[in-house]
Ligand binder design. Sequence first.
Ligand SMILES: [Zn+2]
Ligand SMILES: [Zn+2]
Length: 430
Amino acid sequence: MKIFRSKGAAIATVATAGLFGAAALTFDVDIRMKDAWAKEAKPSASTGKWSPTKPNPSFDVYYPGTEALAPDEMRVIACGTGMPMPRLKQAAACFLIELGNGDKFIFDMGTGSMERIYALGIPLDYIDKVFLTHLHMDHMGDLQAFYMYGPQNNRSVPLRVWGPGGGGTRPEWGTKASLDHMQKTWAWMNGTLVGTIDMRSSSIEVTEYDWSKVNNVIYEHNGVVIKSIPAIHFEQSASLLLEWNGMTLAYMGDSLPNKWWIKHAHGADLAISECFLPPDLAAKKWSFTGQEALNAVTTIHATAAFFGKVMSMTKPKHAVAFHFQNDADTLPAVMNAVERTYDGPVDYAQDFMVWNVTKEGVRTRMAVPNHEAYPTPPLHEKKIATGGERYQTPDSVLAGWPDEFTGLANKIYANFNKKHGTDYKFKLKK
Ligand SMILES: [Zn+2]
Ligand SMILES: [Zn+2]
C-alpha cells in the first residue's frame, strides 16, 4: 500500500498485511537511519552478517517480549487509538509507556483497550499506574475491566490511578468519587472471590490532581516527572507531560487547541494528540447533522486542521495523531487537513503502533500482538487467604449439587494430586 505525502521529508511506507489487513504506517527515513542497526552495513549472506537460520535484524515489526529497552530509551505502544463508537479495529484511547529504568505507565484506558494491553504479555504487577486525562468512557471505560480482572490475572498489588478532581469542579464529579462508585459496583464480584484467588489488587489507590493548574507536578518518582496542564474539554480535563531522561512525552487526550499546550508541550520528543475527522467526513461517517459534526470537531475536539496547526506551532520532534477512525477512505482527508500547515514527522496512529524514543530520534513500527494471551506469571508469591475467609455459597444453593458428581470430582482431585504430588481435597464448602 502506498501513501502519498504532500509535504515534508522523504517518507517510506510499509504495508503490514495479515493481522491488520491493509494497515500502513509511515516513518521518516532520516530519523530511522539514525537507528543503530541501520548504521551497519545491510545484512546479507555475502557480508557474513546475516544467516537465514539466525534472527533477521531488520524487522519492521515489534514482537513484544523479545526486545530489551536500552537504559535511556522510551517505548510507547498504542493500545487504543479510536473513538467512543466501538469497533474491532480500534479500541478507545489508551497508551502504554515503558521506560528504560523499568517504569511503566498507562495514559487513559478507553473501552476495548484492556485486551490490547493483555496481548502484549506484560506482567500486570508491572502496570499498576494509570493516569486519566478525564472521565469520559472512551478514556476510562476499560479501567473497571482492568481493575476487576487484575486479581484473576496475577496482579497482586493495588491498582494506582491518578485522575482529575478539584479545580472548582463538583467533588461528586471527581476521580475519587467515580472510582469509589466503581468499586461498589463490583462488590458482589469482589466479595464472592475472597479466599478463592489473591485479592490484594482489588483495592485502588486514587490520587486526584488539580486539573486546573498549569504545569502541575502530579507524579515524581525514580527520575520520572508527570505534569498536568488544563485542557479545553468541558471542565475537569487535562493533558499530560511525562519527563524522563531529558525527554518529554506530551499527551493530549481530548482538548481544543490551548495556550497551555502550545507553551508547555513545545518541542516534545513525542507529542500524541487527538485529531478528529474533518467535519464533512464526520457528518457523513457518523450520520451526524452538519451542526452536530461541526460542534463535535471544532467546539469539543480538535479536528485534523487544528491538530496540524498546533503541531506546526509546537514543533515536536515527532507527532502522533489519534482519536479518529483510521481507514483507507478517511486517512487521505485527515492527512490533507493536517499537512496544510504541518510538515514535520507525523504518524497517523492505529492500535499496536509502537514508538521507540531516544534522544537520537523516534522509530515507528507495528507490534505483533498475541491473540491467544494467557495470564503472565506472577511476580510475587500468591496469597489466596488475603482478604478474609473464603466466601461460602449458601447451603440453599449447594442443595442443588447432584451427589453423583462428588465421586467424579474426587477422581479429578486424585488424578491431579497423583500427577503433581499434591494433596488437595475437593470441598464445595470452606
Ligand atoms: Zn472526552
Ligand atoms: Zn475522547
